[in-house]
Design a protein around this ligand. Sequence first.
Ligand code: PEP
Length: 247
Amino acid sequence: MKKLIFGNFKMNMDLKQTEEYIDLFLPKVASSKNEIAVFPAFTNLMFAKQKFTASKILLGAQNLSAEASGAYTGEVSASMLKSVGVNYVLIGHSERRKLFLEKNDCINKKIKSALSQGLKVVLCVGETKYERQNKKYKMAIEKEVVDGLKGLYENELKNIIIAYEPIWSIGTGVLPNGKQIEEVVQIIREEISKEYSINAGKNIKILYGGSVNSQNARQFAYVDGISGLLVGGASLKADEFAKICNI
Ligand code: PEP
């Protein structure tokens, strides 16, 4: 079954490095049956789009402004991303929540802005180690899902993917087991069912992200209810990410 395999490059790779990466990567994934998207830095988006013209690789941005346009120095809007051919945008990544103090209301505004321009959204949710150890993870995840999607219509959910990324697993090599992931998948589906409908809960796509590499990708991608993977560190090496894309 086709999986979604998304690579978040974070703040890595300049233009030349991006070119070298793509030249190595494209031939290795040419026959992959999965849907692949890469999320380079803003400065490399347009270049990457051009390189991907003859391929099926999709393009994602790592962030966007909640505002449509105007006096917001340093920000990049949804329409700007759309104009360079971006397909997906990551919203609510834990690094943005923690380091840039993004709260759920801002995340919700960003989601609405992205959807208004026809971008697809990858909404990242996940609990801290403290919340996991103190059995507060259910509440934390429910809140991120409900507040993040507040005010959206059910028909807009087809353009939303939820990425479950336990914060304690991001970049640490500490892995959740299949049962833990399945439980969270269930929590997300129940919450969406309550807010919208049983069908909406059933149909929402959910990715897993957190210390995925080519050795463990298969085990995570095939957890019940998981539609694919969001890969950080292991997406930075073309060889390694290509192996994950070819599962
Ligand atoms: C991420 O930051 O989205 C992520 C999943 O990182 P890593 O794969 O490095 O844990």
